[in-house]
Design a binder for this molecule. Structure first.
Ligand code: ZN
Length: 243
């Protein structure tokens, strides 16, 4: 069984299409939120997502903000500018769709899905072994999938040694998972791990295997649309930096 795990598409249609093409045929898609924010294509991304069969999708902080359910003051100035643009441009139908999705964590078999972290699903960043450690008690499944940091990695808890270790597996490197682990597929539309390629992962719940992937996409086309829309220049230039 192949589950496509994606997160943080951030209104970047070219990156999303490249990921869907590269992943090929999958049985299910699990999306960990932040479909909107930063990029120029919020409607195209939401509409493409809505077409996917067997989709499980939760909301991220940018989605919740565009729905008018989070104070923009918690975002930095450029992110805020982008969110205001998104709010003015996302169609009513797509807003209604976003509003049907969960702001809380969800459980799929032996995996908990959360945007940020299991103890604070919309907002907390799991960026290091300490924040990972503090979250292992906040979920009871073997694995937890998170997004939000835009960094493709995972955190393994070794119960015998009481040790949490961060791993940065390479593209295509298959890991056979053993409990317990917090895993991040990376960001489709705005990677922040110095690799500008779109990130995703393939999970097989039957064999508990995890395979991170990266795929090239037309970054300059997305940058041109960001600039044409008058969105912050930072959000265009960072795409080429993978930051
Ligand atoms: Zn994000």
């Amino acid at each position: 069984m192949r589950v496509l795990v994606i997160s943080d598409i951030h209104a970047n249609l070219n990156a999303m299409e490249a990921v869907l093409a590269d992943a090929g045929k999958v049985d299910e898609t699990w999306c960990l939120g932040d479909m909107v924010g930063y990029g120029p294509d919020p409607n195209d991304v939401i509409e493409r997502l809505r077409e996917l069969p067997n989709l499980t999708c939760i909301l991220g902080n940018h989605d919740v903000a565009v729905l008018g359910q989070m104070d923009y003051a918690v975002f930095n100035a450029d992110a805020r500018k982008s969110l205001l643009w998104q709010q003015q441009n996302v169609t009513d139908s797509n807003l209604v769709y976003l509003d049907t999705l969960s702001k809380d964590k969800l459980i799929c078999g032996n995996v908990t899905l959360a945007h940020g972290s299991p103890r604070d699903p919309v907002w907390e960043y799991i960026l290091n072994t300490l924040s990972a450690r503090l979250n292992f008690s906040a979920f009871s499944t073997d694995y937890c999938f998170v997004g939000h940091t835009h960094i493709q990695c995972f955190f393994q808890m070794d119960m015998n040694k009481d040790l949490v270790t961060q791993y940065l597996p390479r593209q295509g490197q298959v890991t056979k998972l053993t409990p317990r682990i917090i895993l991040n597929p990376g960001s489709v539309g705005q990677p922040r791990d110095r690799d500008s390629r779109a990130a995703y992962a393939i999970f097989d719940p039957e064999t508990s295997s995890w395979e991170p992937h990266r795929v090239n996409y037309d970054i300059s086309a997305v940058q041109a649309r960001i600039r044409a829309a008058g969105l912050p220049e930072k959000h265009a230039s960072r795409l080429a930096e993978g930051w």
